[in-house]
Ligand binder design. Structure first.
Ligand SMILES: O=C([O-])CC(=O)C(=O)O
Ligand SMILES: [Mg+2]
Length: 212
């Protein structure tokens, strides 16, 4: 499951296959972060007057998985904080991707726990949200994510690859990588950008293709 492929190359591979796996609006907390692994999904919903909390599921998440938390893009209260970052880091969880908000950023930074989120804000989700589903499918934008799909996240954001398409996507993403490297080398060797791109088919790398 490990890969050094960038989210950019994987995104181009997904585009070429017509799979919408890019998680728009979710950005990296810090520079140089990276996470790869099968997703463990958690969905939140608003609560009324009382009740609700965040994070009680964390003891059940296996090491090596990436948390994918959907709070419907809500930015006025958290679904993740520093105690959770400390705990997830100690448990060997690979990272957390949040369609929503986190707090205690300094703690995540100090322990080196990677987080991607829609925003940062200090108001807690305790008494404001509750978990409505664990390990159920999640929809973020056009991406439909099943538990166990593969999430890759880096400086450019997060993409999810359907588990059954992983090998195919990796093959194409590696081709994208090799092609882009060849273009860079051609330019370093004196070619114009237009020449290098034309020679290596740059403009259609991400285009949907007929495949047999
Ligand atoms: O209320 C929250 O967002 C949770 C929190 O601060 C923590 O885990 O430290
Ligand atoms: Mg806290």
């Amino acid at each position: 499951m490990r890969t050094d492929l960038s989210t950019a190359s994987i995104s181009d591979a997904l585009d070429s296959l017509g799979i919408p796996g890019q998680l728009h609006g979710i950005g990296a907390l810090g520079r140089g972060q990276r996470a790869v692994g099968p997703v463990f999904t958690v969905t939140y919903e608003p609560v009324g007057e009382t009740g609700g909390t965040v994070g009680d599921f964390l003891d059940d998440v296996p090491a090596g998985m990436v948390m994918l938390i959907d709070n419907a893009g809500r930015t006025d209260c958290t679904v993740w904080g520093g105690i959770m970052s400390e705990t997830a880091h100690a448990r060997g969880i690979a990272g957390t991707v949040i369609n929503g908000t986190c707090r205690d950023v300094a703690v995540a930074t100090a322990v080196g726990y990677p987080i991607w989120s829609a925003s940062r804000f200090m108001r807690t989700g305790k008494d404001r949200v509750r978990v409505s589903a664990v390990q159920a499918p999640v929809t973020i934008g056009r991406a439909v994510i099943d538990p166990g799909d593969v999430l890759v996240a880096d400086d450019d954001g997060a993409v999810v690859v359907p588990a059954a398409r992983w090998d195919e996507v990796v093959d194409i993403a590696q081709h994208v990588d090799r092609t882009e490297q060849a273009i860079v080398e051609a330019v370093r060797g004196g070619a114009t950008l237009a020449e290098a791109r034309a020679a290596h088919g740059y403009h259609s790398l991400q285009s949907q293709k007929e495949r047999s």
